[in-house]
Each structure stands twice: as C-alpha cells, then as structure tokens.
Design a protein around this ligand. Structure first.
Ligand SMILES: [Zn+2]
Length: 648
C-alpha cells in the first residue's frame, strides 16, 4: 500500500512562521501515522520560488534571485529539522531537472488539447497575492488579505479554459465526496463552482523570473500554474515515467484554507485538461491565530516556531498544535495556554505516569515486571486504539491525540485505585503488585506507540525506558498496540521527561514523587524530592532543573576507610559506585567518624566532580554530608541502597 502526501510549497520571501510550521507539523503527523500503519509513504514538501515577491526580496538584498532561494532553502530546511518534520522529498520550483520539464509538459498538454488561447487581460492585480482580484472581492478598493490597493494591469496573456470544466468538476465533487475535506471547505468550493467559472490567465508577459511557456518562450508560466505542478513534478511527471506511475496520483494534498480554491478547482481542471489522474483528496486546514488575531508582520505578532520549540523542545509544540486545534478548523496560540497544556498533558499526566511506573518498578520490583493477563486497563487500551485509528484515518489529529491521552489518564487513575505502595507492604500481595505494575507499563507502551507520530522523539525515549529500543520506523500499529500477556520487561528509571513549569515564577519544579505515590500524606515514609522554592524563607539563588541535572549524584557503598596520615580531618574511602573499579575519595569527615563506622554503609557522592589532588592523592568525587557551621560533619545515609543509583 502506498501513500503520497504533500504540503503547500512556501514562498521564500520570509522565514516560516508558526502558521507555516502548523501545516508542516500536522502533515508530518499524518505521514508518520501512515508509516506506522504500514503504508509505503512518500511525504513531499518544497519551496515556491517563481514569485515576483521572491524576486523583489532578492533584489532588495542585492542578491541573485537563485542564490537568495538557495539560502532560503537552508533556512526552511533548518526549521523543519528542528521541528522533527520527516519529509521524504523537498522540491523547489527552480529545479531544472524535475520541475521545469513537468511544468512545460503540462502546459503543452493543456495547449495541445485546445484549452489554452491567447487574449489580453486587464484588471486589479494584488502584488501580495500575485493574483487578479475581481472588483467584488475588494473591500474599500483594497485587497482584503493585504489591505493594500491593487494595481490596474493590462497585458497579453495566455488563458486557460477553466469555464469548460465547471460540469466535470461538479461531477467530481459529487462522485468523490471526500475529494475536498473538511466539509466546510467542500461547501465553499461547491458554491463557488456552481456560481460559474471564468477562464484564467496562465502566463505573464515581460518578465524573466519563471519557466518559459513552451509554445511562447517570450512569456513565463504564471506562478500559481507553475506552483501547483510541483506535486506531479516531484513524483516524476515529465522526467521519470516509472516513478510517476508508482506514485501519482497523490493521496492527499494538505493546504491552507486560503488556497483550497487553487487545489480543488484549478488543479483538477488542469489535470483533466492534460488527461492525467486526479489526486484523491485535498484537505484545507484552518489558521493558527495568536491571541485571537491573525499573525502578520504589520501587527508584529508573528510567533517564531523555533522560539516555540525552544521553550520545551519540539514535541510539546507538536502536541499542542495537534491536540488543541481541531484539524480543519482555526486555532489559537498563546504562550500562557501553551504552558498550561504542557503542564497538564506532559508534566502532570504522561510524564508523571512514566516516572511513577518506572520508579515504583525500580523500588518494589528491582526494575522488572512480568507480563500479566491485563484487566480493566487492557479494555481501555483496546478502546483507545480503536478510537485513535478511526480518528487518524480521517485526519482528525486532535481526536487521535485525545484517544491516546484517555489511556494515559486511565493509567494514572489506576495507580490511585490500586495503590501499589500499599500492596508493596504486604508480601502476600506480591503477584498482585507485579500485575498492577506490568499493566501500567503495558498501558504506557501502547499510549507511547499511539503518540509516536505526534511526539516522535519523546515516544522513542519512553519506549526505550520500557526496554524496547527498536527505532520508530520498525514499529507497526497492528502488532505494537496489542496488549501483551507474556514476557518480562526491564524498566529504566531515568528521571522526569517534562519538568513542571510554575507559570507565575517561571521556576522549574520537579513534582514527581520518587516513590510513584502521590505526595504525602497518603504515602508515609517515602521521601519526596520536591524542591519547593517557598519552603524556606531565605534560599540561595534558585537553579533550574537543567542546572541540577548537571550534578551526577549517586549512591555508593563504602568498601574500605582509613585515616589519612598527617591529617585530622580527612578520611580516605574506597567506594563502590556500581562501576567496574572502586573509586578513591578523600572526605573531610575524620572528626565525626571512625573509619570502621563507615565500612559497609551506603552514602551519596557527587560522581562527576572533577578529580582533585589532595595530600598527594587524587580524590575521585565528593561525599555528601551535612556540615553545620562550626560543628561536625554528618554523612547522610538513611537506608542501605545498591551502589551506582542516580540520586535526585
Ligand atoms: Zn492581496
């Protein structure tokens, strides 16, 4: 099964903004879903370069237009890379090997089939839109999109007989109702075509930036006619028949709602004229607003997708755009809402679940679980998988993400119901405890698999912690969302994936409780690692979670201890840190402890402190001890712990 999907190609006269990124991210989620579902997927993106605006922008900067486009290609590719957009192919309309022959072949085919004629055109031309504007579409004489006054232009043009295709297009929409999605776009287009179609100009005279019209090389192909052909060009049209036969027609064109007319009316008519197969579907997505307003340069409210990705990483942004905006409708982005959803979905829900399951398994079961039969949670998982598939098949990305999160929430509730920390106190409940933890791990595994198209690198990390290192491209929806009832799994406890953000303070807090239990009082005796900035009235400068993460704290077992000659203060310890070789650490605790008191004890060390020479010996770390001013040091060791475990 093959699946060929495309996004709109972008004008390169400015950097991608959040709205551009929205289209590419959602298309990427669809592409990744199709790969997961087992389709041989071809995901195409690209840049639209034969625009006069691009030409002018290059001139403004004193650059050759092609050199300018080369630079912009890198700018766009860098953004897509940062956002983890996994396109398979990237086409530019200045591509002479693929796009030129395709464009000329299609224009020639329309001409040969009698659908192109010469005429002259005059009308209002908006340079921002690069389109003629019917008088009735102007608002107070201005283009409603750009709010600028169009120019009156008169020139000799080649015209495409669009009017001839009114009935064939209406027949297409009727016979193939899913050709235009969502329904609101379908109705708009239906009304437009029913109202009658006028022939349209498909060339421009007196201009050199573009592809020469094959039957009139003094003119160039009009940029919109040229641009649409990129989809067929990438697939081999006009230069690679075999590739074209394999991939064309496209299964899905994803475009913004403002250009559905080009894709649902002009493009199929052009293909009909050239006697080529039609794409299966055009999906017109909505716009992302910023605080309810359209992002625009003049309003100065353009959100840079890189800034949004830098806030928490690309995955939280991808999740926000997929889950918070019903796909096909308009959505809104605000930084506050973004943080709120980050905390709710990732820090408190999914991240907390992963952390609790891993830390409880480590604490109660030495890090491993045996698969059990699966109870209530298995049924929720089956429902979620089904709802997810149904949603994703029709590009309802928000419903797909929500279905996966229903499983995550159910698993968190399951922890509250089953109280593993209570089961852990009763040896008679050992099997039950294993069953609960194994069900939880299984729920996490399935939820992460479902979410892999949306948050690919995080899903990969979660699955890795569950002992499954296979790359995402090797996973399949059918096999990998089945509830497993046999086998043993090692689970890695590797810390918080998404630290919680305190909005008012901008301070990062870890709220996960290391026992996996909710914070006190329900789980007495389990030390919480909460670092509340309000806890102490006077604290040294606060650090972020990233600062803290730089310190490698680990448990260690004291193997040997001896006094250092000529020192009242230093003890020389040999400690096991879970590494092949024990370490030597010099600790200033000789006034508090006799060496033999420490042998066999568990302590905590800073494992990544740069080695220091003291009294002719190298100390390979530092022992953590409470050190009251003027008093004796107290080594912190409450309970024995295996050596080499991370402390946080
Ligand atoms: Zn305009």
């Amino acid at each position: 099964m093959k699946y060929f999907l495309t996004t709109a190609i972008d004008y390169v006269n400015s950097r991608p903004h959040l709205g551009t990124a929205y289209e590419k991210i959602t298309a990427d989620i669809i592409a990744r879903y199709r790969r997961l579902a087992g389709y041989d997927t071809y995901f195409l993106m690209g840049n639209d370069e034969h625009s006069l605006n691009v030409f002018r922008r290059a001139q403004e900067q004193g650059k050759d237009p092609l050199a300018y486009c080369d630079e912009m290609e890198q700018v766009f590719r860098d953004v897509w890379k940062r956002l983890d957009v996994s396109y398979d192919d990237f086409i530019r309309t200045t591509d002479r090997k693929r796009h030129y022959p395709a464009t000329q072949k299609l224009a020639q085919a329309c001409y040969d089939n009698g659908d192109v004629y010469e005429g002259s055109y005059e009308g209002w031309y908006c340079e921002g839109c690069e389109a003629f504007k019917p008088e009735k579409d102007l608002v107070d004489g201005n283009c409603p999109i750009h709010n600028t006054k169009p120019k009156w232009i008169k020139e000799k043009n080649w015209f495409f007989r669009l009017s001839k295709y009114q009935q064939p297009l209406l027949k297409l929409y009727k016979e193939q109702p899913s050709f235009i999605e969502p329904e609101i776009r379908r109705n708009e287009i239906l009304r437009l075509v029913e109202g009658g179609l006028e022939d349209i100009s498909m060339s421009r005279a007196g201009q050199s930036w573009g592809i020469p019209v094959p039957f009139d090389p003094a003119s160039v192909v009009y940029v919109w006619f040229d641009a649409l052909i990129n989809y067929a060009a990438a697939a081999g049209y006009g230069w690679n028949e075999e590739k074209y036969k394999t991939w064309w027609p496209a299964n899905l064109h994803i475009v913004g709602k403002d250009i559905t007319r080009f894709h649902c009316v002009f493009w199929p008519a052009m293909l009909m004229s050239a006697r080529e197969p039609l794409p299966k579907q055009v999906f017109g997505h909505g716009w992302v607003y910023f605080k309810g307003e359209r992002m625009s340069k003049s309003l100065g409210n353009i959100v840079d997708p890189l800034a949004a990705a830098d806030r928490f990483g690309p995955d939280p942004l991808r999740l926000y755009l997929a889950k918070e905006i019903p796909y096909g409708g308009d959505g809104d982005f605000t930084w506050e809402r973004f943080e709120e959803k980050y905390n709710a979905d990732l820090a408190n829900n999914l991240g907390n679940l992963v952390n609790r399951v891993a830390s409880m398994t480590e604490r109660y079961q030495k890090g491993s679980v045996k698969a059990a039969s699966g109870g209530a949670l298995a049924a929720v998982a089956a429902d979620s998988v089904l709802a997810y598939r149904q949603a994703m098949e029709v590009h309802a990305l928000h419903d797909g993400a929500a279905a996966a999160f229903r499983l995550v929430s159910a698993a968190n509730n399951y922890i509250a119901e089953t109280q593993p920390w209570a089961l852990a106190k009763d040896p008679a409940q050992a099997d039950r405890l294993n069953g609960v933890l194994s069900d939880l791990a299984e729920a996490v595994r399935i939820a992460a698999t479902l979410l892999a198209p949306v948050i690919p690198s995080s899903a990969q990390e979660i699955l890795r912690r569950l002992g499954d290192e296979r790359p995402l491209q090797d996973r399949r929806l059918d096999a990998d969302t089945e509830w497993r009832t046999s086998g043993e799994r090692r689970i890695l406890n590797a810390g918080a994936l998404w630290p919680r953000i305190e909005a008012e303070k901008g301070v990062v807090n870890v709220t996960e409780n290391d026992s996996g239990a909710p914070s006190a009082p329900s789980a007495p005796g389990t030390p919480a690692t909460q670092a509340s900035p309000q806890a102490a009235p006077q604290q040294p400068a606060q650090i972020t979670i990233d600062d803290f993460a730089k310190i490698d704290l680990r448990t260690a077992k004291v193997l040997e201890a001896e006094k250092m000659p000529k020192s009242n203060r230093l003890l020389k310890l040999k400690v096991d840190v879970g590494e092949p070789e024990p370490r030597t650490i010099l600790a200033g605790i000789a006034e508090s402890y006799e060496p033999e008191q420490l042998v066999g004890k568990s302590i905590v060390i800073v494992a990544n402190l740069a080695p220091r020479k003291m009294m002719g010996l190298e100390s390979q770390g530092m022992v953590l001890a409470a050190s009251p001013d003027g008093g004796k040091a107290i080594v912190l060791n409450s309970e024995p712990a295996p050596p080499g475990i991370k402390v946080r």
